[in-house]
Design a protein around this ligand. Structure first.
Ligand code: PMP
Length: 288
């Protein structure tokens, strides 16, 4: 496998980052997860918009131009002979000393891994997931804007471990006020009396690119959509529930905290959204 690392393509065994990189020492960096479908990179512009916004928010200067970044992403896919896959694009603060000071890091590093991903076993896309709410909370917007897709995922990792300890593959994370924020790597939607609802970013949700795609799918399907404060109670009593993310795509949830959602099967709205999502990913995108 060839990895893009600071302007070069190197074998994965040679793709190494310094132990003094602040991405590693402090989680000081940002990333994107992007999908490739049949030779088209899905919503590359939206991912790069978010990457540049994350960089601005943490005062990080991405060391290459946007045009070069597009080329690096596409070339990473071509170098690995991929037509379908998952692209991980990371920008770290770069090599510094042992203190926090990011201004001592001379140059940010960029690396891109283009590979395959299967987040959940395929059968769950038809049968639906059973998930749980976990104790670890999402970091509040006053501490770190949830829009920043940073290398700090420790809360989410703890939540993922807690989900596994409870025998579930995914977890609902609440914010400090007890409202639903999102899952460890996915956004959450419910269907309630024909309306599609999802928490606002201010409640601790990442502004997911898939989430945004689903909002546009909802418009196309004439489904009323609203950002709404949601509690666990709202999820338990929803008609339907599903998760969205670049890795997960759209996956139904049929049980939360031991309560069946709706009739305990993926619902008709979820299935319509999923079908339209699958159609779109094949017709939109940047050719590699
Ligand atoms: N929330 C979190 C915490 C995530 O890490 C992700 C991405 N895996 C998402 C939501 C979904 O975002 P996107 O649709 O842009 O992949």
């Amino acid at each position: 496998m060839k990895i893009y690392l600071d302007g070069q393509f190197v074998d994965s065994a040679e793709a190494k980052i310094s132990v003094f990189d602040h991405g590693l020492l402090y989680g000081d960096g940002i990333f994107e997860g992007i999908r490739l479908y049949e030779g088209n990179v899905f919503r590359l512009d939206a991912h790069l918009d978010r990457l540049w916004c994350s960089a601005k928010a943490i005062l990080l200067t991405i060391p290459i131009s946007r045009r070069d970044m597009v080329e690096a992403v596409c070339e990473s896919c071509r170098q690995n002979g991929l037509r379908d896959g998952y692209i991980r694009l990371v920008v770290t603060r770069g090599v510094g000393d042992l203190g926090l000071a990011p201004w001592l890091c001379a140059k940010p590093s960029v690396f891109i891994i283009a590979d395959k991903i299967a987040l959940y076993p395929p059968e769950y896309y038809t049968s639906g997931l059973s998930i749980v709410t976990v104790p670890t909370r999402r970091v509040g917007p006053a501490a770190l804007p949830p829009m920043v897709k940073s290398l700090n995922y420790l809360n989410n990792i703890l939540a993922k471990i807690e989900a596994r300890q409870a025998g579930a593959l995914e977890a609902i994370m609440l914010n400090d006020a007890g409202f639903v924020a999102e899952c460890t790597g996915d956004n959450v939607f419910i269907v309630c009396q024909g309306r599609l609802l999802t928490p606002a970013a201010q409640q601790g949700a990442l502004k997911g690119i898939t989430r945004e795609t689903i909002v546009s799918v909802a418009q196309a399907l004439s489904l009323p959509f609203e950002e709404h404060d949601l509690t666990r109670y709202d999820l338990w009593n929803a008609d339907e529930c599903f998760l969205t993310g670049t890795g997960a795509e759209v996956i139904p949830v049929v049980k939360l905290d031991g309560r069946e959602i709706g009739d305990g099967k993926p619902g008709p709205v979820t299935n319509r959204v999923l079908a339209e999502f699958r159609r779109r990913v094949l017709v939109e995108g940047t050719k590699i």
